[in-house]
Design a binder for this molecule. Structure first.
Ligand code: ADP
Ligand code: MG
Length: 324
């Protein structure tokens, strides 16, 4: 197992003409971690990743890998590898030759590069399909090949831009557990861009939440979920209510809200069955919508429909004050 390397962003900025896509990012991605860069479309995730990979020029600031400034190096000399959303496999090459492609570019002779490609194909469980062409593969299989191809150069950091978004939901969940397993086995840093909070929570040791070209919050997945720092993070990560207080705002976890005979009067506006739980939304007399995530057994013991009156309660200690 190789050890990981730190990736450090120092005052990293990207401008496209008048658009500031990435504004003065300062962050250290800790070595050997599975990091998810999470945020809505257009917030600057891909620009950040592409600058780390060297596919996009840095406008200001720098990128350090293991202490060395790599900002000016060509992609192949950085020690990073990128896996693209659309896989970008060569249609006329076999699976094995796709994986071996970058080694061929480096002048590695055929036997050696095929041996290395086969090693990687075995890692992603694709040995049996090595002689096929990409057109003969399913989406999930193409993805494994793309992964093997990115890893064949033994990168210090693997960069993945929305790698699961082209897959159907079932395959997406399966592939994400395989990505996580692979990252553990290799011990290298993965930086994975996603706009899906469930994907980030499932995968990440560290979540870096971006909004509007800046980092809103970074920390262990559980910390970001249990202690969102800003209203944006609380709303984006989901499962929280944002409550206005006389002197600021606080979040209240939806799973901390219960229905009972006492508490704040409200009218049910929506009921959504989610399997293990039921998401019930109710409007208070002051017009605020409160989301309650109720265990399904508890809900069905006394089911509610839209229009019904309920009373909402929670333990005061479950409120968590927001900074902004
Ligand atoms: P994300 O990956 O989070 O969706 P991007 O990094 O792709 O965000 O884009 C961030 C911002 O930069 C957006 O406003 C986008 O329109 C803009 N942008 C991205 N790439 C280019 C480009 N090549 N030229 C001009 N503007 C761009
Ligand atoms: Mg993007």
């Amino acid at each position: 197992m190789r050890t990981g390397y730190d990736v450090e962003l120092v005052h990293l900025t990207k401008r496209y003409g008048d658009t500031v896509a990435v504004r003065d990012l300062n962050h250290v991605f800790a070595k050997g971690h599975y990091v998810c860069l999470l945020g809505p479309s257009g917030c600057g995730k891909s620009s950040t990743l592409r600058m780390i990979a060297g596919h996009e020029e840095v406008s200001d600031g720098s990128i350090l890998l293991d202490g060395q400034d790599i900002s000016a190096l060509p992609p192949a000399q950085r020690g990073t590898a990128m896996m693209f959303q659309n896989y970008a496999l060569f249609p006329h090459l076999s699976v094995r030759d796709n994986v071996a492609f970058s080694l061929r570019m480096k002048g590695v002779e055929k036997t050696a590069r095929h041996a290395k490609a086969d090693e990687l194909l075995s890692l992603v469980d694709m040995t049996h399909l090595a002689d096929r062409s990409p057109a003969q593969l399913s989406g999930g299989q193409q993805q494994r090949v793309a992964l093997a191809r990115a890893l064949v150069t033994e990168p210090k950091v693997l960069l993945l831009d929305e790698p699961l978004s082209a897959l159907d939901p079932f395959l997406r969940i399966r592939m994400r557990s395989e990505l996580k397993k692979l990252q553990r086995e290799l011990g290298i840093t993965f930086i994975h861009v996603t706009h899906g909070q469930d994907e980030a929570l499932a995968l990440a040791d560290e979540i870096v939440v971006m909004n509007d070209a800046v980092i809103e919050q970074a920390g262990p997945a559980r910390e970001v979920w249990t202690r969102p720092r800003t209203e944006f993070v609380a709303r984006f990560i989901g499962g929280h209510n944002v409550i206005a207080l006389p002197d600021g705002k606080a979040t209240l976890r939806a799973d901390a809200v219960t229905l009972g005979t006492e508490g704040m009067p409200a009218t049910v506006t929506a009921v959504e069955y989610q399997g293990a739980s039921v998401a019930l939304t109710a409007r208070t007399e002051t017009g605020e919508d409160v989301l309650a995530l109720l265990p399904e057994g508890e809900f069905f013991a006394s089911p509610k429909s839209p229009g019904e009156a309920v009373r909402l309660s929670w333990t005061e200690g479950r409120m968590h004050r927001l900074e902004a």
